[in-house]
Design a protein around this ligand. Structure first.
Ligand code: SAH
Ligand code: SF4
Length: 392
């Protein structure tokens, strides 16, 4: 397996005296057209040039302008001077025994985020981050113990998809260096979930713009049905997300009573369950084929009783819903334990009997701290040792 792990020093962006080039990845088509006009491309050509660029960027995964042979050489030169196609820099790449891959990425300003790739037999899910850290403080989530540093740009969000495609060579004509564990589907990244670091609805515009780029059918082509945004419950933004982005939605529910949810997901004090569920009911386009996913982390002795399970199915009765029970992923100093397997099974049985199929999400990548809620967390401390441990 050739999986080089770059050291922090190697990964540092090269210093340059040239003026900083603007990242092209993540711009919308109209933004791209405006940049081309600025470069002097005549009005009547911009549409065609945007299509050409779009295809090089998002269908073929070009990493340099020099390869864009159907674009005039002069224009290629101008583009290369003004713009960059760089992806975030990989600080470490870790591969779990179950095939899950986690990348610690360094952004232009030195801040770091994580992206996780979860391959299954017939699909591959990429879990991307929307913020560095998170302003919210859900008590079971390690990301929540970090101070928010900043929102990611649309380019940094799309960049995570580009980077992952580069690393698993999910571009046409490319083949994986190490295909073990990759899905049998033609595309290796079939689904994208906004379940990494951050609360995506607190970075609404950039996340929306990134999703629209990712969903473009003449580009990355990850359809809106295969993009899921997970929110802790920023209620006023839910209808707007439905209108402006229209991806699938997941709600971090975790409790069926306000009193408990106030403690686990403190944003509940601002927008309690009743308001959250009303926003869910009104989410556009819901049907049995397009359901909202409700995530429910299993915390021993806290929210995992059979009575809670019954209350959960009652609460969601009139909403086209999927239920996702997530075994709690521990992190150092966490004030919770994962429910016993027996208890998870009892809980799942109630949920199953109410007609929800396979509700338990099996934890992936726990050995590399890539599972839900573990992101970034220990990576700061673990980085040095993880780098050594990564297969080279
Ligand atoms: N901020 C968004 C998206 C990121 S969290 C949100 O909260 O929805 C993705 C999912 O992982 C959420 O459902 C979150 O509640 C859950 N999660 C967080 N910490 C966890 C942990 N330690 N174990 C299991 N799931 C966790
Ligand atoms: Fe932020 Fe989501 Fe973690 Fe809550 S669960 S602290 S919203 S990342």
């Amino acid at each position: 397996m050739t999986m080089p792990t770059l050291s922090t020093d190697l990964a540092a962006p090269a210093k340059s005296d040239r003026p900083r080039q603007e990242p092209l990845i993540g711009l919308s088509r109209p933004e791209l057209a405006a940049r081309l006009s600025d470069l002097g491309v005549p009005e009547r050509q911009t549409r065609m040039r945007v299509s050409q660029l779009w295809s090089w960027l998002y269908v073929r995964g070009a990493t340099s302008f020099a390869t864009m042979t159907d674009i005039a050489k002069d224009l290629r030169g101008d583009l290369a001077q003004a713009f960059t196609l760089e992806r975030p820099v990989i600080v470490t790449e870790q591969v779990s025994v179950d095939g899950t891959r986690k990348w610690l990425l360094r952004l232009e300003d030195g801040k770091e985020v994580e992206t996780v790739y979860i391959p299954e037999e017939d699909r591959g899910t990429l879990c991307i981050s929307s913020q560095v850290g998170c302003t919210l403080t859900c008590s079971f989530c390690h990301t929540g113990t970090q101070r928010l540093v900043r929102n990611l740009t649309a380019g940094e969000i799309v960049g995570q998809i580009m980077l992952a495609r580069d690393r698993i060579r999910d571009w046409p004509g490319a083949s994986a260096e190490d295909p073990r564990g990759l899905p049998s589907s033609e595309r290796k990244i079939t689904n994208v979930v906004l379940m990494g670091m951050g609360e995506p609805l607190y970075n609404f515009d950039n996340v929306r713009d990134a999703c629209l780029v990712a969903a473009d059918g003449e580009g990355l082509s990850v359809s809106k049905r295969r993009i899921t945004l997970s929110t802790s419950g920023v209620v006023p933004e839910i209808p707007r997300w439905g209108e402006e982005a229209g991806t699938m939605l997941a709600i971090s529910l975790h409790a069926v009573r306000d009193e408990l949810r106030d403690q686990l997901v403190p944003i509940n004090k601002k927008w309690p369950l009743k308001e959250l569920l009303a926003a869910c009911r009104a989410y556009p386009g819901l049907s049995n084929a397009k359901r909202i996913t409700f995530e429910y982390v299993m915390l021993k002795g806290v929210n995992d009783s059979v009575a809670d399970a019954k209350a959960l199915v009652r609460l969601l009765a009139k909403i086209p819903a999927k239920i996702n029970l997530i075994p709690f992923n521990p992190w150092p100093g966490a004030p919770f334990e994962c429910s016993d397997w027996e208890q998870i099974e009892k809980f799942a049985e109630v949920v199953n009997r109410a007609g929800y199929a396979s509700p338990v999400r099996s934890p992936r990548g726990r050995d590399i701290m890539a599972a839900c809620g573990q992101l970034k967390s220990a990576s700061v401390k673990q980085r040095a040792s993880a780098r050594l441990a990564t297969p080279a």
